[in-house]
Design a protein around this ligand. Sequence first.
Ligand code: FES
Ligand code: FES
Length: 172
Amino acid sequence: MQTITVNKKQYQIEAEADMPLLWILRDHLKLTGTKFGCGNGLCGACTVHVNDKAVRSCQISLSDIDKQEVRTIESLATSGKLHILQQAWQDISVPQCGYCQSGQIMTALALLAQNPNPDNKAIDTAMSGNICRCGTYSRIRQAIKNAAASINASSNDSLDIEKPDQLDGWSV
Ligand code: FES
Ligand code: FES
């Protein structure tokens, strides 16, 4: 039995120590927003955060997350309000089939938490490990830029949007 912390909640997990985090999330916790793609760390569909860093949950085991903070896509929308990134995705209809998009958003979130105003090169570098078979790359890039613009504009309180330093917090 191991205690893990996911989306700020603690869970007792009975599983083999080498079980991938992806299966802990999907099968044990029913957090199915995180997707299985390749199982080999190559596609990014399974991306979550561990201690605020984007990681491939298919490549991390239960024993690896002892005393670590795991965050999944399910933590982003709160109180019925989309996260600023999810809103940016929705505003320009980024997803096609949608399968890769939770991983894309989690990677984008880690990027913006580190660099609130990324240029094309920074976006392409950060997102390069997240594969989209539907080819939504140009819309992903645009949505990240739109989210960044919203964040930077949020110094104007009348816009009623999140502050930059809330991006990697838990309230948005
Ligand atoms: S399923 Fe983990 S990187 Fe593809
Ligand atoms: S939207 Fe279909 S794989 Fe990315």
